[in-house]
Design a protein around this ligand. Sequence first.
Ligand SMILES: [Zn+2]
Length: 305
Amino acid sequence: MSYEAEMFAKMRMPSREEVEEQLLIALFKNGGVVKEFAKGDEVVTQIADFFMLNSEQRSFELQTVYRKENRIKKSNLWNRLLYRAAHSLSKQSFVSLPSQTFKITGQKEWMLTENGFDEALKLRGLPESEKEVLPIKSFEVERYSQRLISKRKPANYKPFSIHEASVKPSLQSVRLRSFRRAVMQAYNCSCAVCGLKLRAPDSEIWEAEAAHIIPHSAKGKDDIWNGLSLCRLHHWTFDVGWFSVANNRKIIVSEKIADLPDESAQMFGNNVLAQLKEKEITLPLNPNLWPDESALEWHRNHVLK
Ligand SMILES: [Zn+2]
């Protein structure tokens, strides 16, 4: 038995497998990411509390003697066990290594992968469909959304996906969630129409959400050039054709508002649709991220009522 394994046994530490399970749950609770353990005091304490570790178990130091260099290296036993568990999870493709995450996000963190996300849902007894709505990061989605943001728009770009019948559901899910992440990032989590930027008090749930200009039902692509960030009110009213956007960014409101009864669409004494007329939407600073003009044209021709 190695010195380290001997110390795990001697200090009656939980098994690596037990820690792995709790680590997946902690990742899930922390939005999909945890810091490296020496720096991530909160998660280190959370999991130690779950196992009801005593102060000696939390603070015990391993001592490795480097005879040639004539020095002793000390490392915290509990951090070491967490590290072993996280490393084992990365070998099972449930988390990305901090060095891999760093290349995508610039943060040295352990991050759930898509497999790890599925496994955490199972551990919590939640259905896989929750993946679509939970504000939890996954390595694949972070990587793909970065690609969507940084890709240059091709000169012959078309906002329709034509050969998509054979795409696996798991890949479709990654693409859709990456589209949402990329659009939210590009528009700084604000509504392009009214500017509203509002987050839930204790999670990454935002009022604004990524909207497709050409919807999936008409084969619209999951990329930044077919997207707009809109608040809930402006998302559904855009989807049903109460308004659209001209290529010069100006909002065009449906003529059908003239048919609405007087009490309709009123908020604090204003008609929320009429007040959009001729207003300009706010787009990202980088023109490469602006909506494609042919996608907007399609929306004006097929959705605007
Ligand atoms: Zn809005």
